[in-house]
Design a binder for this molecule. Structure first.
Ligand code: HEM
Ligand code: HEM
Length: 242
């Protein structure tokens, strides 16, 4: 065993693992990454791939609806209440971060928490505008027939504009995660796979985690199925006339 991995083990042995990201959050995250890439690729392939693009879009919408509900009944660190901080806390955290001694955070930090909500809402907006979009050829979202041509054109424009904004916030998200790794030596990516972060007992007692277990995975599955049902219902809507 190399010296550095022995040191690694020694420090880890004084720390204990805490399950921070439940399985549902982890699956949600990595599936979302795959699906956003797929939505982008299929959108760029032109009209022949639009059907597939819309199917991927429905899957993204299902995931986002699930995550919004899970934010109220998931395990402790999946809940919005655990990571949405007020302006004073955000400012305090930012000052600490810039001063090089940020406070210990278990789940999403006060800045990251708001960016998570921003990403979720922007993704919901992306999928919702897609439902009314058209490509001026023969492809259109399932709700396009419910609005005028002009409105559909406007929403298609927003669908494209919002995607560029999404690319910007996602890039910022990835740069932030990598900066924590490089500058703070805090690897946030591994816990998004394993679910676990390591803390000393002093750190944990200072934080008084409430260990809210959250609903079981069966509940997660049920919420996914209900979300998928709702999205399927939207996908089969026929226009009111014609
Ligand atoms: C399409 C690209 C991506 C999107 C839309 C995205 C979105 C998100 C969202 C919504 C969360 C919150 C998770 C939750 O609480 O449910 C999150 C967290 C996270 N993401 Fe991503 N992500 C993307 C790409 C990536 C990539 C490429 C990485 C790795 C380099 C990454 C690493 C992380 C990490 C480490 C967290 C947890 C951050 C923390 O500890 O507060 N993400 N991401
Ligand atoms: C949330 C995930 C989605 C992402 C990331 C996404 C992304 C995109 C992007 C980048 C384009 C522009 C392609 C171009 O520049 O030509 C596009 C076009 C389009 N999208 Fe989406 N989309 C999503 C969901 C949806 C959904 C759910 C639908 C409908 C069910 C949809 C329907 C359309 C249509 C009809 C176009 C064609 C617009 C045109 O070519 O003028 N999208 N999408």
């Amino acid at each position: 065993m190399s010296e550095s991995s022995e040191q690694d083990l020694a420090t880890k042995s004084q720390k204990q693992p805490l399950l921070v990201w439940d399985l549902a959050v982890r699956l949600f995250h990595w599936l979302l990454v795959l699906l956003i890439v797929a939505a982008w690729v299929t959108a760029e392939q032109g009209p022949a791939w639009m059907d597939r693009h819309m199917q991927v879009g429905y899957a993204v919408m299902t995931l986002i609806l699930f995550r919004l509900v899970w934010g109220f009944c998931g395990s402790e660190y999946a809940r919005f209440s655990s990571f949405l901080a007020g302006p004073r806390r955000m400012l305090g955290y930012l000052k600490g971060l810039l001063g090089g001694q940020s406070e210990l955070v278990i789940g999403h930090n006060p800045l990251g928490g708001w960016s998570v909500v921003a990403m979720l809402l922007m993704l919901l907006f992306q999928a919702s505008t897609g439902l009314f979009a058209n490509d001026d050829i023969y492809n259109e979202g399932p709700l396009t027939g419910w609005v005028s041509n002009a409105t559909s054109g406007w929403l298609t424009g927003l669908h494209k504009l919002n995607f560029n904004l999404l690319l910007a916030i996602i890039s910022l998200h990835i740069v932030a995660v990598l900066s924590y790794w490089v500058f703070k030596r805090d690897n946030l990516i591994k816990p998004m796979f394993t679910g676990r972060k390591w803390f000393t007992s002093a750190e944990l007692s200072q934080h008084q985690t409430q260990n809210k277990a959250g609903r079981s995975l069966w509940w997660a599955l049920l919420i996914v199925l209900i979300s998928a049902g709702l999205v399927f219902w939207l996908s089969i809507q026929a226009p009111p006339f014609g």
